[in-house]
Structure formats: structure tokens, C-alpha cells
Write a protein that binds this ligand. Structure first.
Ligand code: C5P
Length: 241
């Protein structure tokens, strides 16, 4: 089932808050402090610690779930992992586009007909242009490499990707000319006006990211590490319009 991306949707539903905490107890505490949040991201640390517990808890609270496992392995292994992951009822699940076409097709086959939508990781935002060229030996420049990964994911039947907000506008234009299928872009690297950028190198404000074409924004520390997370959430919602 595809997620319906309605531009008139309540902007608060576009914000996915990263539950980057070590245990289910910490995660539940954060959910209790922020009952307004409807979409939570569970990443590797929390999933490895207490995955089944927190996913069950989020479902019981009728929350939407972004399961950010960034899977990357041989097609059979990733396909099987995706099949099992659909049982958690997550809305989004990530796999690395760099795993290649056979891997992405195997994954897509396994989620087909479930409520889980796969998102392709185009390139980790922690990889710089220099690392891409000198360490990973990729000959394309970073924006072109990212675009190629996302277009490859689309050609394998995926309907969404994670990218930097700086790449969203160019990607949207290229994706739209390829297909009339709705393709969803999810962007981390979002910082509200006046907040610390931390280890994110290229950031945009929530409003800029949405204007650039982001359908969903992943925001962690500006909300979860704020002195007053509720006030931080409210400010971000206001910035989203
Ligand atoms: O705290 P912050 O807002 O930087 O959190 C961003 C979240 O998005 C983290 O959970 C991080 O793992 C995730 N993420 C990212 N860059 C990607 C993919 C995911 O920052 N390319």
C-alpha cells in the first residue's frame, strides 16, 4: 500500500522524530513527553536493544513508524529480512540503494502488498564528495551519484528515498520526468532557525526543505535534546506552516 502524499496534509504529519535513544524505557519516556508526535523513527541502536518492544508500543499508540535499518546484504538475506520486518507493521523501511538492483527487487517483492513502503538510502549524508571520490572510488560527482542511486531504486519498483534536502529539488524534477508514480522523498539534515547543526554538515530549515520538495522531514536532536522538547516541536510545526 502506497502512502498517499497529500500536499494539503497537516504539516505536523510530515515530521518524523528520530527516537535515537538506547533503550525502550528511554523511548517510551520520550513518547510520553511528546504525545503530539504521530510519526517516530526507530534506528539501529534502539532496534538492536529493544526492537520488538518499542515497535509494539508504538503500534499500540497508533503511531506511524519509520524503521531505519539501512539493510545492505545479498538479495536473499535482505529479501528475507524485509519479509520479517513487514510483520512489525512499519510504514517506512530503509535499504541501501548501493546493494544493487537484484537486492532492491528482492526487497520490493517481499514488501509488496504489505503496509510497509521501502525507502532507498541514496548515499549517507556523512559521506563527503571527497570521500566518495578518493575512498569509494566513485567517478561521478555527489549529486549525480545520488540521483543515479535514486533513479535505480525507482526502476526496481521502490517508491521512496532518503536524501539530503539539498538534493530534493533536482531529484523531484528528474523523478517526475521518469514516471507518473508518486515518489516520496524523506530528508534528514533539517535544522530549525537558530539551532545547533551538530554533526549534520549540510542543513536546511524545515520550510526550506519542504519548499525544495521534501515530503517528510526527519528531525532528531533539535527536538529530543531540547531543554523543552514540546516547545521545540511547536516551533518546528510553526516553521513548517
Ligand atoms: O539528530 P538529527 O536531527 O541529526 O537526526 C537525524 C536522524 O536521521 C538520525 O537518526 C540519523 O541517523 C538519520 N539519518 C541521517 N542521514 C541519513 C539517514 C538517516 O541523518 N542519510
Amino acid at each position: 500500500m502506497k502512502i498517499n502524499i497529500n500536499p494539503a496534509v497537516d504539516p505536523r504529519e510530515r515530521i518524523i522524530v528520530a527516537l535515537d535513544v538506547p533503550t525502550a524505557i528511554d523511548a517510551i519516556e520520550l513518547c510520553d513527553r511528546l504525545p503530539q508526535v504521530s510519526f517516530w523513527k526507530v534506528g539501529l541502536e534502539l532496534f538492536i536493544a529493544d526492537g520488538a518492544t518499542i515497535l509494539r508500543e508504538l503500534k499500540s499508540r497508533n503511531k506511524r513508524i519509520f524503521l531505519d535499518l539501512k539493510l545492505h546484504d545479498i538479495p536473499n538475506t535482505v529479501g528475507s529480512a524485509c519479509r520479517v520486518a513487514t510483520k512489525y507493521g512499519a510504514d517506512f523501511l530503509t535499504i541501501h540503494a548501493a546493494g544493487g538492483k537484484a537486492m532492491m527487487r528482492a526487497a520490493q517483492t517481499e514488501v509488496q502488498g504489505s503496509s510497509t513502503q521501502l525507502l532507498a538510502i541514496s548515499l549517507l549524508t556523512s559521506i563527503s564528495s571527497q570521500e566518495l571520490a578518493s575512498d569509494l572510488k566513485v567517478n561521478l560527482d555527489l549529486p549525480e551519484y545520488t540521483a543515479q542511486m535514486v533513479l535505480m531504486a525507482q526502476s526496481c519498483g521502490l517508491t521512496g528515498a532518503v536524501c539530503s534536502p539539498h538534493e530534493a529539488a533536482a531529484l523531484k524534477a528528474r523523478l517526475n520526468s521518469q514516471s507518473d508514480l508518486d515518489f516520496c522523498l524523506v530528508t534528514p539534515g533539517v535544522r530549525p532557525q537558530g539551532s545547533e547543526i551538530g554533526d549534520q554538515s549540510r542543513v536546511m530549515t524545515p520550510q526550506q526543505a519542504i519548499e525544495a520538495g521534501a515530503d517528510y522531514l526527519v528531525i532528531g536532536r533539535p527536538i529530543t535534546a531540547a531543554v523543552d522538547p514540546v516547545a521545540a516541536w511547536d516551533q518546528i510545526c510553526q516553521e513548517c506552516g
